[in-house]
Ligand binder design. Structure first.
Ligand SMILES: Nc1ncnc2c1ncn2[C@@H]1O[C@H](COP(=O)(O)OP(=O)(O)O)[C@@H](O)[C@H]1O
Ligand SMILES: N[C@@H](CCC(=O)OP(=O)(O)O)C(=O)O
Length: 360
């Protein structure tokens, strides 16, 4: 059977892997591993992003005194991640497939050098037929340095590793066009560019998840805009992964249609680096209009009205339009002092060159 994709990222949410009582659902894990093994053997390269550390650690330790949320997360994830990876290791070993653990933090993607280092690590694993199993290093990533959730992490990995698809497995069949519990609502099968979904998404989260459906849809849109198909499907359904790849038409899920305009590797990094922005570049109305057109343009000093924050050359900055809305992210070509001096002047070098500018 011909498959549409040859390299995919699969994200498995906490709820897929845990039973109602919070214990690790080894039967479900085993079923998913069997499917990943089948795809792997048919030649598909797979990167697994698996949540579940905190959820699986919770049932293992019973603290004597009440712990705050940070202590809880650190304790449960330290115990739970060991348990989780151990299970994966054993389950994949039955298929003779080696797996490797990649624990990462948001900071590990902060500079281009760090980013490429992470990319190299996973590339060498794939080249050696090892399936990377990625999770956030919850023991050391705290508050503002955390990913919103593993949906954000999985988007970053899919983008960094140039996968053709990102499959997000949750405990629901896809995005519903209303409350999932309302019998009149149904799963939206395809989502094209620019579709606003905010009216459909409820703020309720599944019991063990972190970000909820809203982060899933935001990430999905961003990743699809970079040319990667994103699929949200139910990881609790039997054979879901194999069906999604081998019988895409008949398998219930929400599919984000990818943009057909390729995005360069460095722009993908910039697109996912917003959290590291050191400053803001505010542009005037004329520059905003040119940026919104189809033309490939750089941010020139003549179009800048003011600059906020202090940055060094090669730092990441936010690009704000004349109304103060963020319209993009870019890597600066000079420091903030030089940029300040050039504001409004003709014939100066771009502050952000087009090649390092990601427009949202
Ligand atoms: N319109 C919607 N369609 C589908 N699910 C929704 C919608 N609005 C809110 N949700 C909720 O989002 C949950 C999935 O997100 P989340 O809890 O983050 O899962 P995961 O643990 O898999 O990351 C669903 O269980 C559902 O309760
Ligand atoms: N790193 C955490 C993941 C938390 C998280 O994002 O969970 P989910 O929303 O279920 O993907 C863990 O392993 O428990």
């Amino acid at each position: 059977m011909k498959q549409e994709f040859t390299r995919i990222a699969v994200k498995v949410g906490s709820n897929v892997l845990t039973r109602r009582d919070g214990t690790l659902d080894v039967t479900r894990m085993s079923a998913l591993v069997d499917q990943i093994a089948e795809l792997h053997k048919s030649g598909v390269e797979i990167i697994l992003i698996s949540s579940g550390a905190v959820a699986s650690g919770r049932s293992e330790v019973h603290p004597q005194k009440k712990l705050d949320s940070v202590d809880q997360r650190q304790l449960f994830s330290a115990v739970g991640q060991a348990k989780l990876i151990n299970r994966y290791y054993e389950l994949f070993r039955e298929h003779n497939i080696p797996v490797g653990q990649v624990l990462t933090t948001k900071e590990s993607f902060g500079t281009r050098r760090h980013y490429l280092n992470q990319k190299n690590c996973m590339t060498v694993m794939l080249e050696n037929n090892v399936i990377p199993i990625v999770n956030e290093n919850d023991t050391i990533s705290v508050s503002e340095l955390m990913f919103t959730d593993n949906d954000e992490l999985s988007g970053l990995i899919a983008s960094m590793m140039d996968t053709q698809a990102l499959i997000i497995l949750s405990n629901i069949d896809g995005i519903y066009n209303g409350s999932p519990s309302d019998p009149n609502s149904s799963v939206i099968r395809e989502i094209g560019h620019g579709k606003d979904l905010s009216n459909y998404i409820q703020t309720t989260k599944s019991s063990f998840g972190r970000g909820g459906m809203l982060t899933k849809t935001n990430i999905a849109r961003k990743v699809a805009d970079e040319g990667i198909t994103v699929i949200i499907a139910n990881g609790k359904r039997d054979n879901i992964l194999v069906d999604l790849l081998q019988h895409p038409e008949e398998t219930l899920c929400t599919r984000f249609i990818p943009s057909d305009e390729p995005v360069s590797s460095v722009k993908k990094w910039i697109a996912h680096s917003e959290g590291f922005a050191k400053g803001e570049i505010h542009i005037n109305k004329c520059a905003t209009e040119v940026l919104n057109s189809e033309k490939a343009v750089s941010i020139l000093p003549i179009g800048i009205t003011h600059i906020e924050g202090e940055f060094e050359k090669d730092d990441i900055v936010r690009i704000m339009d004349f109304q103060g809305n963020q319209v993009g992210v870019g890597k600066v070509n000079c420091d903030s002092k030089q940029a300040q001096e050039a504001i409004g002047k003709h014939g100066k070098k771009p502050v952000v060159h087009y090649d390092y500018l990601y427009i949202e």
